[in-house]
Ligand binder design. Structure first.
Ligand SMILES: Nc1nc2c(ncn2[C@@H]2O[C@H](COP(=O)(O)OP(=O)(O)OP(=O)(O)O)[C@@H](O)[C@H]2O)c(=O)[nH]1
Ligand SMILES: [Mg+2]
Length: 303
């Protein structure tokens, strides 16, 4: 399956809702762009959870461009897509690799967001491109969490460093990074326990993990990926804002896009959280994962 096809399939629910709504907007061939139309367009866009601001600026763009004219669906969609792509523009690669030595990436976020699964998915993508990966099971909170990562590691054929149950997560992170240095791994991906931004101690624990790995490898962690569950909508968005205020994050992994009609949340994240979306999760299997590309994403949404 091609790249765009895969995203389209994953975004199926969002695509379907948009298709129906857009069809309703253009019941007649061509439509006069008046205040009613602009309002209907705004409401359609807002339904995808892209945020009021983004939906408004796309609708405004259409108003400015076409007001008083009768235009067809393709013209309108081209205008909307162009605006959304501009709003989501971002720079840089999906992973910013260390200049030399292992690249250290932490995965953080609220409980159940998809951190561990995303680590497995990224591991698969990286090993397939010839990179060596060491995992760190720094979610020592629950024994099952360590086991979950170990199972993935076995399946994917990579090493997983763990510590005794309830041990200090920072010491496990230290061990994992040391191991990555020792074996000359390209990447060390560290799984952190889920937490809420309001849990001060747990947030401080993340700060400590960062400090500890930074002592072993200058500039580490090179990435702190904030994992966000797309199905949690506005709530997830608010949590994400608070989260990254407490611990600097470098990018977002947006999971479970396959489970929601509100795929526009990717736009809202870019706009409201201010972090680039680096990867998207489109299902539960290890291959349901793609590096994020705003242009393809917007094309897929309106396909
Ligand atoms: N449909 C779908 N399910 C996903 C995706 N990513 C993760 N999941 C599922 O979400 C559930 C939670 O995933 P985990 O990776 O365990 O989440 P976590 O953030 O590590 O959870 P905690 O460690 O408990 O905080 C699992 O059932 C995953 O299979 C995705 O992109 N799509
Ligand atoms: Mg986990």
């Amino acid at each position: 399956m091609g790249f765009l096809e895969k995203i389209k399939k994953g975004l199926n629910r969002t695509v379907q809702v948009l298709q129906t709504d857009v069809r309703d907007l253009f019941k007649t061939e061509g439509r006069l762009v008046d205040a009613d139309f602009v309002n209907d367009l705004f409401e359609t866009l807002v339904k995808t959870d892209m945020g009021v601001e983004a939906a408004q600026s796309a609708a405004d763009e259409i108003k400015e461009k076409f007001r008083g004219r009768v235009v067809d669906k393709n013209e309108i969609l081209a205008g909307v897509k162009e605006k959304l792509k501009a709003l989501m523009a971002q720079e840089g690669p999906a992973v910013r690799f260390a200049e030399s030595g292992p690249t250290i990436a932490l995965f953080v976020g609220v409980n159940g967001a998809g951190k561990t699964t995303s680590i497995a998915k990224l591991t698969k993508a990286m090993t397939e491109s010839g990179k060596t990966v060491v995992l760190g099971a720094a979610d020592t909170f629950r024994a099952a969490a360590v086991e979950q990562l170990q199972i993935w590691a076995r399946r994917l054929g990579v090493e997983c460093v763990a510590g005794p149950a309830q041990s200090d997560p920072a010491s496990v992170a230290h061990k994992a990074v040391s191991r990555a240095l020792e074996v000359g791994a390209d990447l060390c991906l560290i799984d952190c326990a889920g937490r809420l931004h309001t849990q001060k101690n747990l947030m401080n624990e993340l700060v400590k993990i960062k400090r500890v790995v930074g002592k072993l490898v200058p500039d580490a962690p090179h990435e702190t990926f904030l994992v966000i569950d797309a199905t949690t909508g506005q709530n997830g968005l608010n949590q994400a804002k608070k989260f990254t205020e407490a611990v600097d994050c470098t990018g977002v992994v947006l999971t479970k896009l396959d489970g929601t009609a509100k795929g526009g949340v990717a736009v809202a994240i870019r706009q409201q959280v201010g972090l680039p979306v680096r990867y998207i999760g489109l299902g539960e299997s290890e291959s349901d994962f793609e590096a994020f590309n705003p242009n393809d994403f917007v094309e897929a949404m309106f396909s």
